[in-house]
Ligand binder design. Structure first.
Ligand code: EPZ
Length: 422
């Protein structure tokens, strides 16, 4: 396995390009199943999760080729020859459940392994299933798989989510595009990745209104045609790298960054004393003067503060002046980075879904362990500001969601390298 070694090396200067969004790409790729014509995605990120989704789609008979060094995904589902998504692929990545809706809508049948939980929580899929049942699907759960069928095709229905779910909204939206009649998705997720999916589906001929609001209306059509679509900028990678100059000092421009993708996050940075300026090419970030101030954070569905930036924000709060309270409202176990940050001298008390962080002037480098994707990068951020060397183990977590971390941070002056463990 590999580790990443980062040594506190003072303020950062320069610019970092932001890639296409992992969480948009992972729902745009299954959209190819909805049509027998080619769907091409540009600005695709080069991540292990994308390779996993590629393997899953290929196992269903879809053709997926990555071009232009992996930034273009040329896909075609004209010859689907299997409607079972097997456990050995699904267990690697929860987003695999996103083939269920499109596969069922296109072919009338789908057998998808239940994804199982992951480090940050149980991650049930009951809302995905409820949405498809609202569109007339017959679902049978047995031997760890969802057996879904709609022999006469799906029909438009009312999907009323009791809580906001990004993935369930995406499955419902994709399925509704080919359902007979009109579907209304209430309490829909409003994330930019949902808006990006709707834009792509509309290019394919879908009739969708209301994406980005809590109510999405879809008029089903008989078939969808091919399209070419650029993956939206990754707001979580963007927010992650915005925290690098915030925690280490200096001034960094995030190329491709857009304020509308990170509104609530930028409000918190501003309150903590970090300036964010939008330019023609991205976002420029620099701490206003010296040590940042502690601010309280509560994670919420978009447009609230993203849960996927909670771990990274905690790293900043570890060296802030004061006491910060971070409330994690989305997942039940998303503070696994806290004990690792504590090894670096942070003062964190976790009480259920709340972490109380008392800032210290300086963290100390230490060997630490990545536990999940966003925790791994929060440890790297902490290492940028720590005194001495921090060695982050199990960085395969990182490869799922961040391309070229070492290259991107080195380019702005960080002292960071990837090493093979003995
Ligand atoms: C998506 O996961 C993202 N993943 C997650 O990013 C992100 O943290 C999450 O949305 C919230 O923004 C992808 O887009 C691939 P949810 P998803 O359904 O769709 C509960 C990362 O780091 N729930 O919005 O799985 C669930 O347990 C990952 O990139 C049900 O109870 O999230 C959670 O508490 C991590 N039943 C809450 O809803 C369901 O059927 C929100 O989950 C579905 C979800």
């Amino acid at each position: 396995m590999d580790s990443i070694v980062v040594t506190g090396n003072g303020p950062l200067h320069g610019s970092i390009p932001i890639a296409g969004a992992k969480n948009a790409c992972l729902t745009l790729m299954p959209a190819t199943l909805l049509s027998d014509e080619p769907l091409t995605l540009t600005n695709a990120p080069r991540l292990s999760d994308i390779k996993t989704m590629t393997a899953l789609l290929q196992s269903l008979g879809a053709e997926v080729s990555d071009l232009a060094d992996g930034t273009v995904l040329a896909m075609s589902s004209h010859a689907l020859d299997n409607h079972t998504a097997h456990y050995d692929i699904v267990r690697k990545m929860r987003a695999s459940i996103l083939v269920l809706g499109p596969l069922l809508a296109r072919t009338g049948q789908a057998v998808v392994s239940l994804p199982g939980g992951c480090a940050i929580g149980a991650r049930p899929v009951d809302l995905h299933l409820r949405a498809l049942e609202s569109m007339g699907a017959d679902l049978d759960l047995r031997d760890g798989y969802v057996h879904a069928s709609a022999p006469q095709g799906l029909k438009g229905g009312i999907v009323d989510f009791p809580l906001v779910s990004v993935g369930a909204t995406e499955n419902a939206l994709m399925a509704a595009t080919l359902a007979k009649g009109t579907s209304v998705i209430k309490n829909a997720a409003r994330e930019p990745e949902i808006v990006d999916l709707a834009h792509c589906l509309r290019k394919m001929g879908a009739q969708i209104e209301g994406e980005g609001t809590a109510e999405i209306t879809v008029q089903g059509v008989d078939r969808l045609h091919g399209a070419t679509h650029p993956v939206v900028t990754d707001r979580i990678e963007l927010g992650t790298y915005m925290l690098a100059p915030a925690i280490a000092g200096g001034e960094v421009e995030l190329l491709g960054g857009r304020l509308d993708l990170v509104g609530a996050f930028v409000e918190k940075l501003d309150a903590a004393g970090v300036d964010v300026t939008e330019t023609a090419t991205g976002l420029v970030v620099k701490p206003r003067n010296g040590r940042v101030k502690s601010v309280d954070v509560t994670t919420e569905p978009f447009p609230g503060f993203p849960t996927d930036l909670q771990a990274q924000m905690m790293a900043l709060m570890c060296t802030a002046d004061g006491v910060a309270h971070l409330h994690e409202n989305i997942f039940e176990n998303r503070f696994m980075h806290a004990p690792e940050l504590t090894r670096m001298g942070a003062q964190i008390e976790v009480q259920g879904g709340m972490a109380k962080v008392t800032g210290v002037a300086r963290l100390k480098g230490a060997p630490v362990m990545a536990t999940d994707l966003r925790a791994s990068v929060s440890l790297i951020l902490a290492g940028l500001a720590a005194e001495g060397e921090t060695r982050v183990g199990r960085v395969y977590h990182l490869d799922r969601g961040y391309e070229h971390v070492v290259r991107k941070l080195s380019s702005v002056g960080a002292k960071i390298e990837r090493v093979k463990d003995a």
